[in-house]
Design a protein around this ligand. Structure first.
Ligand SMILES: NC(=O)c1ccc[n+]([C@@H]2O[C@H](COP(=O)([O-])OP(=O)(O)OC[C@H]3O[C@@H](n4cnc5c(N)ncnc54)[C@H](OP(=O)(O)O)[C@@H]3O)[C@@H](O)[C@H]2O)c1
Length: 439
């Protein structure tokens, strides 16, 4: 009879409390699958007095996370506090240096210190599992690290933040503004009181950095990710996208190019027919383009206590079974430094929305500036209130939107052309630019 795996859990919030419940409720099934039981023997959180609806009578309360991590009575330390700094970092490092295995859902910690922690795991023989850190219940870490271990990856991209996808879905379906949808997301508990980490794209960037490392065998480098959020997206962009056969999603994209690895997070137009375009509301999805196989798309709940706890438990089950895989899919000394592809050389199609002044020659000026940068136009839509062409009413009308879709071109060419158009004073306000990702 193999002794049960003794688990210590630091953090008893949304995810931690659910993990304790799941171990209690699914104990028998878990033990049957792993060939041994899993027992929570120690826990800690900020407040011991807080009511959590958990039966912790037989469980030791550690005075702090580092004390729990160094407790010789636990085999596996589960970090569910969050944050890239203390006490999560010291606690995880302490557990690994003691030769224990660690399970965490902490994307911030892995994106910032993943390599240092993987080194500690490797040196001292423990596992470092973080399936829940990206896409919660979606098994994307295992898919990249193990399922596709023999497949070269060209691109991995996805909807990695439910808050942003919820906001964009509501904006598209109901024609509401970003601010209105954000307020609703906050009321429903999908967005934080301070939503900038989500809506400015940083949450997606941390997750993308982890996926890129697993996909391309590079060291996690959050600083290599180009980030743009969704707050500048207007309902008219979503309407225009729809008319042109696209939908706008906040995507994290990591792709191998001739100039290195591009890692970028930005609002993206995706063809309505693509798998990723079908993903609505708070749901997450990741598509993996592997060599020699059609794309694989994984879709599921990317947040929530139960969804996240499911992935944490799967990681604990691996520890119980004695499965230990290198945290980033290969030995740390085989991970390469990230060769960051410069964003100015990004090549792709672009959607451009300009507010054209009602002056004679405006349309011709815009066309000339684009042509000077060798940008070819796939489609152009002018939205004049009375159906007349821009300039045809000789300056009497207010600015009218001109919507352009370009063929593949370089980012710096688009910037140069739009800077020239602005200098020509034929448009008002700043141009809106959204990158297009084809499948
Ligand atoms: N919630 C999700 O949907 C989700 C999804 C994927 C990944 N994650 C990740 O899972 C982790 C936990 O998230 P959560 O939503 O469960 O957070 P949460 O509800 O805020 O819970 C955090 C827990 O950590 C404890 N804690 C915080 N600072 C501590 C400290 N200095 N010492 C001891 N305990 C401390 C808190 O104690 P008190 O209860 O006493 O305050 C609380 O129990 C994070 O890394 C998060 O990114 C969450």
């Amino acid at each position: 009879m193999v002794a049960p795996l003794k688990v210590g859990i630091a953090g008893l919030g949304t995810v931690g409390a659910e993990v304790v419940r799941l171990i209690e409720n699914e104990g028998k099934a878990l033990s049957a699958r792993c060939g041994r039981g899993v027992r929570v023997v120690g826990v800690t959180a900020r407040s011991k007095a807080k009511k959590r609806g958990l039966d912790l009578a037989d469980v030791t309360w550690a005075k702090d996370p580092v004390a729990l991590a160094s407790d010789p009575n636990i085999d596996c330390f589960v970090e569910l506090m969050g944050g890239s700094g203390e006490p999560a970092l010291s606690a995880v490092e302490t557990a690994l240096k003691a030769g224990k295995s660690v399970v965490t859902a902490n994307k911030a910690l892995i994106a910032k210190h993943g390599i240092r922690l993987a080194q500690a795991a490797e040196k001292h023989g423990g596992a470092l599992n973080f399936e829940a850190a990206v896409g919660a219940a979606i098994p994307v870490i295992k898919t990249l690290r193990e399922g596709l271990a023999a497949t070269g990856i060209n691109r991995v991209y996805g909807i990695l933040n439910g808050t942003c996808n919820y906001i964009l879905t509501r904006m598209e379906q109901e024609g509401l503004s970003f601010a209105e949808c954000l307020k609703d997301a906050q009321r429903l508990g999908y967005a934080e009181a301070n939503p900038s980490f989500d809506v400015d794209g940083h949450d997606t960037a941390q997750k993308l950095a982890i996926l890129a490392s697993l996909a391309f065998g590079t060291k996690v480098a959050q600083s290599a990710v180009y980030v743009e959020g969704i707050s500048s997206i207007a309902p008219e962009d979503l309407r225009a996208a729809s008319d042109l056969g696209y939908r706008v999603k906040l995507l994290g994209v990591a792709v191998k190019t001739a100039k290195g690895i591009e890692q970028r997070v930005h609002p993206t137009m995706v063809p309505k027919s693509s798998s990723i375009a079908q993903v609505m509301g708070v749901t997450n999805a990741v598509t993996i383009d592997g060599e020699g196989i059609p794309p694989i798309t994984l879709v599921g709940p990317g947040a929530g206590g139960a969804a996240t706890a499911s992935a944490v438990l799967a990681d604990i089950a691996d520890v119980a079974r004695g499965v230990r895989v290198q945290p980033f899919g290969r030995p740390v000394d085989r991970l390469r430094a990230t060769e960051k592809a410069p964003m100015e050389r990004h090549e792709g199609g672009y959607y451009i929305r300009l507010m054209a002044r009602d002056l004679a020659g405006t349309a011709a000026t815009i066309a000339t500036r684009l042509a000077e940068q060798k940008i070819s136009i796939e489609s152009i839509v002018q939205r004049h209130a009375n159906g007349a062409d821009v300039g045809a009413t000789a300056g009497k009308a207010s600015p009218v939107p001109v919507l352009l879709i370009t063929y593949a071109t370089h980012e710096d060419a688009v910037h140069r052309a739009l800077a020239a158009v602005q200098k020509d004073k034929v448009i008002s306000g700043r141009p809106q630019v959204i990158r297009i990702e084809k499948n």
